[in-house]
Every structure is written in structure tokens, then in C-alpha cells.
Design a protein around this ligand. Structure first.
Ligand SMILES: Cc1ncc(COP(=O)(O)O)c(C=O)c1O
Length: 446
């Protein structure tokens, strides 16, 4: 991604020193070459397609700088991991303090950090969600939730949603709803039935005697940012209660203030039986995931505390980052801020859609989890690349590549929203111009 001005910015506001120009060029060339030879040649190709003749260098709050000192507004967030902004001072301080004392657990003694995080999560999550298992990533949190549901119910089946994204480990992938990622690894874990998201009747129909749980994202992220119809979550909760199956809410992307409430389920005052969280929980500083369950479900874990475990899960460094993150989310009222800033950003996107009706099919979302759906994935890819050239980072959604996601830090300001929206606007204009001329040339040849 190269912003329009290709000059190294002498007045770069990058908060850390840049390398001298020759060293920068060398770093960029070496990094691309190492991707090509040691990471993944396909990824190297993708970066080149996106115009990435640079590497990431520094970040602060809503801004990112590349090695040349060029500045970007981060509207992708990793995706969705920098809810409190990049390098929030409170999170950094908590991590530094723990780093200087004891970053990892010996595990033969209780960890004060883990215990405090579990208590805070019980208070921060809805209803009587209470017991927490801390792990290291989103997929791991989903794996744990699925295992707990099987253990508690003695049943093996799950109802999941089409186009859902729950991660790419085998169990999480079995819940994920896009064949593109599933088919190469078949057979997956048996017992998963996928139904259309937003259709409560389909959930009811799919539940059978072997169903342990229904798993859903309250607002789907990678499916292209899909907000379900009003009342859907409550209806599914009712169905689960009536049919005696558990409800797992995967809040890994929609949680922690992203959609304008603490959690996606809060929009309908629904309390799931198990809730998964990850991504933004570590404040964008340390990876961490967790699943939290109602007390009545924790019996089997209580009887066999090592039936499910993880060497690094619950390490003090990550727990301190998470505690600080929860404090920032509450202290700075970031869910409320996401709701207000989201309305402003969505307004800009609606305006864009009105001006490009032949290119943009839909704009939607809630809080600061927004999506722009293009008429073809080529537009989404090109707009993301062109927005990068104009200093705005966006990313398409994994299960719906026609959609780019707009998910900036919840700390974003009105000025930065206007700047990002202007960059996206110019990117859409450029993609429209280029793809129209490609189509015209193809038509001429035909
Ligand atoms: C809703 C949801 N669940 C699970 C995951 C998987 O998380 P991770 O990539 O940390 O394994 C993601 C990642 O995008 C997600 O959006």
C-alpha cells in the first residue's frame, strides 16, 4: 500500500525514528524476499498486488506508519483487535509492569492476574456468565466452547450458521460456514448442520436429539458484516431453552464494544450459555482468548480441572493486558463512543453508495463494525488497495470477499472518520474508473 504522495514524508508524525532511507529500502526488499522464500510466496504475491512496496513500522491509537514514515488511518484493525487503539498507554503500562515481574506462570501456584481477569470478565459479560477459561486465540476459545458443550450435554451435534466464521482449527472450521475453507480439509468434525443466519425457524428445524448447542455470531463479521433481523437473537435463545440445547455466542469480533454495546447479544438483552471472546481482549498488545460460561455448566471442568488446558493460556502478561483493556473500554466509555462514531461513518458510507449505485450494492453494520458490499469482489479488492494508496487501511471479509470491512479503533475521532471516508471515496472513484476501462476494452475485443 503506497499513499498517493510517494515522497518519504520529511514531516512524518511517526512517533518513533525512521531508518535512514537506504536502510529502509533494504529492509523492504529483504522482507518481501523473505516472504517469497520463507513465509509464503502466495502472500508475497498478494502484497505486491496490493501495491505493498513497504513494511509496517509503527502505530499509535488510530494511526499506523510504514517504514517510509507514511501515515495511514487504520480502518481494519487487524481485523478488529485494536478496539482501544494501538498501544494504549494504560495497556502498555500494565504489560510492562508484569513483564518486569513475572510474564509467564509456573502454574504450581495460583495466578493473581488470571483470577482478577476472570472476576472482571464475569462482571463485564451479561447475566450470570461466570466461569472463564483463558486461552490464546479466537479459534482456541471456540474449540473450548464446543468441547464444554459436548461435555455438559453428552451430545455431539451443533447447529451453526451459513457463512459464519469461527476460526480455522478443525473444530472451529467445522462450525465455520464457507466451503472454500472447509472442503480442502474434509472430513471435518462430524455433527455440524449449517442453517441460514437470521432464520430462527431454520434453527428450530435443525435441532435434533443429538444437538448439544447452537453457535452463532450475534452480528456476523467475516460473512460480510450481517446484522440479523430484530428479535432474532431473542427468538433463538427461546428456541434453545425450549429444546434444551445450549447457546454459544461467538463475540470474538462483535464483542468488547465494537458494535456499540459491550457485546452483540446486549442489543437484544440475551444471555448466552457460553460466550467466546478474543481479538481485542489483549488491547492489541498481547494475544488472548477466553470462553465464559454460566455456573451450572462448569461442573465437569470443576471435577477434572485439567480435562482442558493450555500451556500459555491465562499467562499473566496477557491477563494484565486484558484487565487494562476492560478498564479502558469502561473508563473511556468506548462502546457508547462506537455507537456515535459508527453512525457518523455509516452516514458517510450511505452517501458514497448514493453516488456509486452501480458499484456499491449495500452498506451496513452496527457501531464500528461496518461493511461496504460491492457488486463484485474485484471492486472490493481494488478499493482496498486504492484506499491503502490514499492512507486508509481496510480489509475484505474472509467469507464474503465482495465486502470490505470498516472497523477502526473505537477511539476514532470525527476528523479521522472524515479523512478515512474521503480516502475511501477517492479509492471507489479510482476503482470505478479502472474497472470500467478494463470492461470497455474487453467488450471491444469481444
Ligand atoms: C467471530 C470469530 N470467531 C473466531 C475467529 C477466530 O479467531 P482467531 O483468528 O484468533 O483464531 C474470528 C477471527 O476472525 C472471528 O471473527
Amino acid at each position: 500500500m503506497i499513499p498517493e504522495s510517494r515522497e518519504p514524508a520529511p514531516a512524518s508524525r511517526c512517533p518513533v525514528p525512521l531508518l535512514p532511507p537506504a536502510a529502509r529500502e533494504r529492509l523492504v526488499a529483504e522482507t518481501i524476499d523473505r516472504y517469497q522464500r520463507y513465509v509464503n510466496p502466495g502472500l508475497a504475491r498478494l502484497f505486491k498486488f496490493g501495491g505493498s512496496e513497504t513494511v509496517e513500522w509503527a502505530a499509535l491509537d488510530c494511526l499506523v506508519w510504514d517504514a517510509h514514515g507514511r501515515e495511514y488511518v487504520d480502518c481494519a484493525c487487524g481485523p478488529a483487535i485494536f478496539n482501544v487503539g494501538h498501544r494504549h498507554p494504560r495497556v502498555l503500562a500494565a504489560v510492562r509492569d508484569q513483564l518486569d515481574r513475572m510474564p509467564m506462570s509456573v502454574r504450581t501456584m495460583p495466578s493473581a492476574a488470571l483470577a482478577e481477569l476472570a472476576e472482571r470478565l464475569a462482571a463485564f459479560t451479561p447475566g450470570d456468565l461466570c466461569y472463564t477459561f483463558v486461552c490464546n486465540s479466537g479459534a482456541e476459545a471456540v474449540e473450548g466452547a464446543l468441547k464444554l458443550a459436548r461435555l455438559v450435554t453428552g451430545r455431539v451435534g451443533f447447529v451453526a450458521m451459513q457463512e459464519a466464521f469461527h476460526g480455522k482449527t478443525l473444530g472451529a472450521l467445522s462450525a465455520t460456514g464457507r466451503e472454500y475453507y472447509r472442503a480442502p480439509f474434509a472430513p471435518l468434525v462430524p455433527g455440524f448442520t449449517h442453517v441460514p443466519f437470521g432464520d430462527a425457524g431454520a434453527v428450530d428445524d435443525a435441532i435434533g436429539p443429538d444437538t448439544a448447542a447452537v453457535i452463532l455470531e450475534p452480528i456476523q463479521g467475516e460473512a460480510g458484516v450481517i446484522v440479523p433481523p430484530p428479535g432474532y437473537l431473542r427468538e433463538v435463545r427461546g428456541i434453545c431453552d425450549r429444546r434444551g440445547v445450549l447457546l454459544i455466542a461467538d463475540e470474538i469480533q462483535s464483542g468488547l464494544g465494537r458494535t456499540g454495546r459491550r457485546f452483540g447479544v446486549d442489543h437484544e438483552d440475551v444471555v448466552p450459555d457460553i460466550l467466546t471472546v478474543a481479538k481485542a481482549l489483549g488491547g492489541g498488545v498481547i494475544p488472548i482468548g477466553a470462553f465464559i460460561a454460566r455456573p451450572a455448566l462448569w461442573g465437569p471442568f470443576g471435577r477434572q480441572p485439567y480435562i482442558h488446558s493450555s500451556t500459555f493460556g491465562g499467562n499473566p502478561l496477557a491477563c494484565r493486558a486484558a484487565i487494562a483493556t476492560l478498564e479502558v473500554l469502561e473508563g473511556e466509555r468506548l462502546p457508547e463512543r462506537a455507537a456515535a462514531m459508527g453512525e457518523r461513518f455509516l452516514g458517510r458510507l450511505h452517501d458514497l453508495r448514493r453516488r456509486y449505485p452501480a458499484v456499491i450494492r449495500d452498506v451496513r453494520g452496527r457501531g464500528l463494525l461496518l461493511g461496504v458490499e460491492f457488486v463484485h469482489s474485484d471492486y472490493a479488492l481494488m478499493v482496498a488497495a486504492e484506499a491503502g494508496h490514499r492512507g486508509v487501511i481496510t480489509f475484505y471479509t474472509l467469507n464474503k470477499p465482495e465486502v470490505i470491512r470498516i472497523a477502526p479503533p473505537l477511539t476514532i475521532t470525527p476528523d479521522l472518520i472524515d479523512r478515512a471516508a474521503a480516502g475511501i471515496d477517492r479509492a471507489v472513484a479510482e476503482a470505478d474508473r479502472v474497472l470500467a476501462s478494463v470492461r470497455a476494452a474487453a467488450a471491444e475485443r469481444a
